[in-house]
Design a protein around this ligand. Structure first.
Ligand SMILES: Cc1cc2nc3c(=O)[nH]c(=O)nc-3n(C[C@H](O)[C@H](O)[C@H](O)COP(=O)(O)OP(=O)(O)OC[C@H]3O[C@@H](n4cnc5c(N)ncnc54)[C@H](O)[C@@H]3O)c2cc1C
Length: 526
């Protein structure tokens, strides 16, 4: 099967699943403009799946924006440097349960069934290609190169500032979903004390754009031992770096991926239903084990190079620059590098997010809501947002900023509150429905009174007539014929008057010329 035929199949299958078809959210207006039901920030896999989830729930009054150009959403074509995903290839999720929308269905359509049998992990580039297809086949209207610069309360709504081509657009929304990725609750981080005096041309973070061609023949230092450290070391080695030294402070390379243990339905679906203490204990162990180990392939990718070395117990103390060269003093002696890559991950810190700067002080963190037992404290965990069951922010001081509940944080910052759900492929299967159900719940409940009024005035007849079936059809046909005759008649009169006036000035509305009966019937049929 080709990808084109698969696309047809997806569209067909979606028609089988179209119940209930009615769009139902109640229009709200502010300053004469329709208020968005949902604004999704981020067009990566999380934002796309959320948009699809909303469409399936017949919410179409949403926008989805991403600051990157089309195809460059997320890390996949930018700074993800592994060959294959770190996740096993049986992972599903953003398909929302539709088999033809899975990565496997797409891969088999594109490369054949046997090709799928041969791969252990989905190749990174193909994962991105799959996301491009997903976006297109589902007609998800991502607005690229559009950045949300700030979010603030506006009465009972949220007001987002969108920047595109240097122009700012102000958009009111009832709900905003932050699907802004792994770093969406903080920022990528290189140790401040080490980079403070380091010239920009001598280093990069592993999440930066790096021109690896420039590293040929150079001595490269990589700090870190997570998957990205190995991926970047491999990219440098494959670009003919003279030598790559990978340094880390631990005594050994981590081997166990604790997050992998969490991949079962109970945990993925219901971590958020555990008590605060239970959640804290799981996540404290995860946070203390970070970084998670590099996959075997990433290690072998480096290991095959003679000019690759790794150094345990090698914390870096200081860096001294002379000319174009950086000398690093470490626990294991000194090293001289021509270029350094900090594969030191990210830190969770909501105040680092420009789009939240106006409201961050209203958002509850774990440190505000939960006091761990003595000796179980953890500062990193305490900085994470304390989220409600649908990823919504909670108020730091209850009753002072209810608008924060309109903002849903579908980023890795949700880890202690809801487990692996936001910003990980493995979490999508349970995370997206949880998020979408919460959005639907809130939008519906907020308009409960309006829905009830609509219910009270509902008057669409299921039983249309008490005439016999023949009489009814006969009358319908007569009405239809008389409508056609009237149309023809009107058209003739119109042409005649046009001829007599020489030129046509106003186009008469066809709706006006339709017979009142046929209009009524059409309305009833709807
Ligand atoms: C290098 C790397 C490798 C990974 N590999 C795996 C893996 O193998 N398996 C796995 O399960 N997970 C993996 N992950 C984790 C996760 O699956 C990815 O990070 C994934 O991209 C998360 O999807 P997302 O949609 O949540 O965020 P992203 O894909 O990061 O998308 C977020 C989007 O938000 C946009 N954005 C951010 N702020 C704004 C703003 N203010 N205005 C407008 N747009 C904004 C960004 O431009 C970005 O495109 C990896 C992560 C990284 C960083």
């Amino acid at each position: 099967m080709s990808v084109a035929r698969l696309s047809d199949r997806v569209r067909r299958e979606l028609t089988y699943l179209s119940f209930p078809p009615r769009e139902w959210t109640v229009p709200h207006y502010r300053d004469g403009d329709r208020v968005l039901d949902v604004l999704i920030v981020g067009g990566g896999q999380g934002g796309l799946a959320t948009a699809f989830g909303l469409k399936r729930e017949r919410i179409t009054n949403f926008r989805i924006v991403d600051r990157n150009p089309r195809g460059f959403e997320g890390p996949w074509r930018r700074f993800a440097r592994m060959n294959g995903l770190r996740t096993s290839n049986d992972v599903t999720g953003i398909d929302l349960g539709i088999p033809s929308l899975t990565a496997r269905a797409w891969y088999e359509a594109r490369f054949g069934r046997q090709a799928w049998e041969r791969i252990g992990r989905i190749p990174r580039k193909e994962w991105r290609e799959y996301l491009d297809w997903y976006r297109d086949v589902l007609e998800l209207p991502v607005e690229n190169e559009t950045e949300v610069t700030s979010i603030e309360p506006a009465g009972d709504l949220l007001l987002a500032h969108l920047r595109r081509n240097g122009r700012i657009e102000r958009v009111h929304a009832r709900k905003i979903v932050l699907a802004t990725g792994v770093e969406g609750s903080g920022r990528w981080r290189a140790p401040k004390e080490l980079v403070a005096d380091l010239p920009a041309e001598l280093y990069a973070h592993s999440a930066d754009d790096i021109d690896f061609g420039r590293l040929a023949g150079k001595r490269i230092g990589v700090l870190g031992i997570g998957a990205s450290a190995l991926d970047n070391a491999a990219a440098a080695l494959e670009a003919d770096a003279a030598r790559v030294d990978l340094c880390f402070r631990r005594a050994d390379i981590p081997r166990i991926n604790l997050l992998a243990w969490m991949n079962f339905a109970g945990m993925l679906g219901h971590f958020g239903d555990l008590s605060d203490l239970e959640r804290w204990r799981y996540m404290r162990r995860i946070v203390e084990e970070v970084p998670l180990p590099p996959p075997q392939e990433a290690f072998w990718r480096c290991r095959k190079f003679e000019n690759f070395a790794w150094h345990a117990n090698c914390a870096w103390h200081s860096i001294c620059v002379q000319g174009d060269v950086a000398t690093v003093e470490t626990e294991a002696g000194s090293f001289t590098f021509d270029f350094i890559i900090f594969a030191t991950g990210f830190e969770t810190d909501l105040s680092a997010r420009p789009e939240l700067s106006l409201i961050v002080h209203h958002i509850a963190l774990w440190g505000d809501r939960f006091t761990p037992p003595p000796s179980e404290e953890n500062d990193v965990l305490a900085r994470h947002p304390y989220l409600g069951p649908a990823f919504e922010f909670m108020e730091r001081q209850p009753g002072t900023a209810p608008f924060v509940g309109r903002l849903h944080n579908f980023t890795l910052g949700s880890l202690p509150s809801l487990g692996i759900t936001g910003a990980a492929v493995t979490g999508m299967k349970y995370g997206v429905p949880r998020l979408v159900n919460g959005l639907v719940r809130d939008l519906f409940r907020e308009d409960a009174a309006a829905h009830y009024q609509d219910f009270l005035t509902y008057a669409v007849p299921e039983l249309e007539t008490l005439e016999s079936g023949f009489a009814w059809i006969d009358r319908l046909a007569t009405d239809a014929l008389s409508s056609v005759h009237k149309l023809i008649n009107d058209e003739l009169v119109f042409k005649a008057s046009k001829r007599s006036r020489g030129k046509r000035t106003v186009t008469p509305s066809r709706t006006k010329r339709r017979s009142p009966k046929s209009v009524k019937r059409r309305r009833d049929a709807n």
